[in-house]
Design a protein around this ligand. Structure first.
Ligand code: SF4
Length: 426
């Protein structure tokens, strides 16, 4: 088992000192290099997804942070955090690079981290090492006098960006025209909007406003049950795979889950198909989890007797079906932690998290199903250089890269988040 971080592995590959392969040698550059690119998310798993017009772009990072060594950046981050003390809390998502995670006061998934932010009312600044929608959620759930900072504004999420408020509103209007607004004999409205946590604050607010709800990958089934108690159908966005995998596990036929393609009338479906639908799935996906395939699972089974294959529900349905188990990042962590006998785990989720589990549990053989070293492009944009910069600006009394959700959007988004918590607290 290697103990090198994902970034170190990539550097070794690019230098020719490792026989592993990476999806893009440009990953070895600082993100300030790939932030210059105008159209795609940069090297890594979502490199071929286009950034929507209007997505935030990061300004230039001062040269001193680009030229500093990893050790220098590490020392500067430690010193800035020490000076700031309780005034700052640093949050790190499971998919962040190790060189950033070592500075995190909390490590978790997006919702766990938003709650960690909420618990630290003494912190004047919350530095969220994750992606844009996560920082928005932290801003919604934190106090109004706390500033939420995203170290690199270009750290979006290609999946979250696949659904925006205009395209979802347009879809909703077409569905309303088709379904009308009359409840059935059980009092259930024609359709309930459900958004995955991985979506903009505007879409969470849309759900709040239209009787809908937010879900995470840990509670998607509970949330869908909540929605079916109140609605005849669900419009699920942006991740088709989480929606399909969850509904299928609840016994809903995939024939009753049409895919909605934006820009096509009725999303490319007939009125009859939509009338029969139980779950209308938005055509979004995660480029990281889309990389996993059944061939990788077959190979792992052929090579390792008794291998336990666990994948994230953002993976395509055939991958989830071929795996032994599917669950959220939290589920995967707990499954590994609970294994009492030395076990081989083949895991289908982002490589930084898999690598960390492998280092944390050396008694097990833990590897990523994807043999190519290919981190999430947007998570990878949070480099220690950006973290050092935002923290040192805070020391100087300046808040940079603040993420602020407008009060009206935050209020409606909070309604949808609170419905999720009421459906069953996490
Ligand atoms: S792993 Fe997928 S869903 Fe998560 S931030 Fe990256 S692109 Fe978005």
């Amino acid at each position: 088992m290697t103990t090198a971080s994902v970034n170190e592995r990539i550097q070794l590959i690019v230098k020719g000192a490792s026989s592993e392969s990476t999806c893009s040698p440009s990953l070895a550059d600082g993100p300030w290099e790939f932030d210059k690119g105008p159209v795609a998310y940069g090297p890594g798993a979502s490199s071929s997804d286009l950034i929507p017009t209007g997505s935030p772009r990061q300004g230039a990072l001062p040269a001193e942070y680009k030229s500093a060594t990893e050790q220098e950046l590490n020392d500067r981050i430690v010193a800035a955090k020490k000076t700031l003390g309780d005034k700052v809390v640093v949050l790190g998502h499971f998919y962040q690079r190790e060189e950033v995670v070592v500075h995190a006061d909390y490590l978790g998934d997006s919702f766990q981290l938003a709650n960690a932010a909420k618990a630290h009312t003494e912190a004047e600044a919350i530095v969220f090492c994750g992606v844009h929608f996560m920082a928005e959620t932290a801003d919604i759930l934190s106090e109004s006098n706390q500033a939420v900072i995203l170290p690199n504004l270009a750290a979006g999420c290609s999946m979250a960006d696949m659904a925006n408020i205009d395209s979802v509103t347009e879809c909703w209007e077409q569905l309303e025209d088709l379904y009308g607004s009359e409840p059935d004999e059980h009092g259930r409205v024609p359709v309930i909007p459900v958004t995955y946590m991985n979506s903009s604050a505007a879409l969470k607010a849309f759900c709040g406003e239209h009787g809908g709800i937010v879900c995470t990958s840990s509670n998607a089934e509970i949330v869908l049950k909540w929605a079916f108690e109140r609605g005849q159908r669900v419009l699920f966005f942006p991740d088709q795979h989480l929606g399909r995998n969850t509904a299928k596990a609840m016994g809903i036929s995939t024939d009753l889950m049409p895919l909605w393609h934006g820009r096509k009338p009725l999303g490319g479906n007939t009125a009859q198909v939509l009338a029969d639908a139980k779950v209308v799935l938005w055509n979004g996906f995660c480029s990281v989890h889309k990389r996993f395939n059944v061939g990788q699972i077959e190979k792992a089974r052929a090579e390792f007797d008794g291998v336990r294959v666990i994948v994230h529900p953002e993976c395509p349905m055939e991958v989830v079906d071929a795996a032994d188990e599917a669950g959220s990042t939290d589920y995967i962590r707990k499954a590994v932690a609970a294994a009492t006998e030395p076990t081989t785990f083949a895991i289908g989720t982002e490589i930084n998290m898999v690598q960390r589990l492998a280092a944390e549990y050396p008694q097990h053989n833990i590897f990523c199903l994807d043999p190519v070293v290919c981190p999430c492009s947007t998570m990878y944009r949070i480099h220690p250089g950006y973290l050092a910069w935002v923290l040192e600006r805070l020391v100087a009394g300046e808040v940079v890269n603040q993420i602020s959700v407008s009060a009206d959007v935050a209020a409606n988004a909070k309604i949808a988040l609170e419905r999720m918590l009421a459906a069953k607290p996490l």
